[in-house]
Ligand binder design. Sequence first.
Ligand code: FDA
Length: 368
Amino acid sequence: MFDYLIVGAGLFGAVFAHEAKKNGKSCLVIDKRNHSGGNIYCRQTDNINVHEYGAHIFHTSDKTIWEYIQQFVQFNHYINSPIANYKGELYNLPFNMNTFYQLWKVQTPKEAQQIIASQIADLNIQEPQNLEDQALKLVGKDIYEKLIKGYTEKQWGVSCTQLPPFIIRRLPVRFTFDNNYFNDTYQGVPVGGYNKIIEGLLDGIETRLNIDFFTDRNQLTKLAHKIVYTGCIDEYFEYQLGELEYRSLKFEHEQLDMQNFQGNAVFNYTDREIPYTRIIEHKHFEFGTQKTTIITKEYPVQWQRGMECYYPINNEKNTQLYNRYKDLANAENNVIFGGRLGEYKYYDMHQVIGAALKSVQKEFNHEI
Ligand code: FDA
């Protein structure tokens, strides 16, 4: 009998298992996929680490988490600086002085601030009724129309006028020539790929792949005293209160017989006509010099049960439903719910590690 059955070999499950082992506990980790790592898994092809489930850049301002993760891998100096392609025009992201020069040929912060302020004033939007109003009120017409509208409509599958304003609370605008997408103190991509993190975390822990918890729930439950569950919370409770909603994605990977396809890891396609939102060229995350390259087109997809649940939709309806599931989870004996799906939260990697360490602290009653 194991101390813990861990459902899901993603980052949450792997951190929990690693720390439980350090506390002298035995763990069995299962995953329904044919690999461990959850969404941070990379497939190696032609010596390139392909981010199989979308671009992953590690970033945090929490020194403890940054030091924790470096037990398992070193990080390179990759800084995320995506480029937007709008109908063949290229713009730097996030919105900064480079973007404003490309949009309006302005060279000083004062000129850029004046243009944005006058575009916002012209529209005279008082109380934003939808996402379009909200974005226009924050950044004005040009940035909204070229860099936000089409991308957001593709992501959500509906017009910006049909989306609620709260989705965009703030739109960071920088009046410096700084293309670094994240504001965090620490940032990078693991040297040798994300799998090294998971391999380090799960070292010496029994991991069984291709096992879906729900195909043999009763037998699997009997294998351990406690369960750590990182799958979808509504599925655990057999959707008895209804279904939580997600957005899903389709990834189209292509191997190209050339050294360099787009010269940058991340290109966002911000017009509505091109059906994908991004093209990722994986080798650039690790400054690769391989002879070939691999790119991935990312298409947003309407989620239906059975598809991968990539983004929780944290609107009022789903939040209320999740809170009811959470009450059921709190009443469930000997089960810890964690991670992006177990807590229905759009966690980044550093937040998942933080949440897993908190859960470990609570379970073993000590500081990490
Ligand atoms: P995760 O989903 O990774 O793992 C859960 C595991 O449980 C999966 O392996 C699944 O197969 C398994 N499972 C589920 N149900 C099961 C069942 N019934 N039986 C057995 N196994 C089951 N973060 C960041 O910091 N920087 C970034 O750049 C990005 N980029 C990014 C892009 C995209 C497209 C996405 C979707 C996400 C990101 N993220 C990110 C977020 C990051 O992927 C995320 O924080 C962690 O991978 C979440 O780890 P979890 O362990 O919570 O879930």
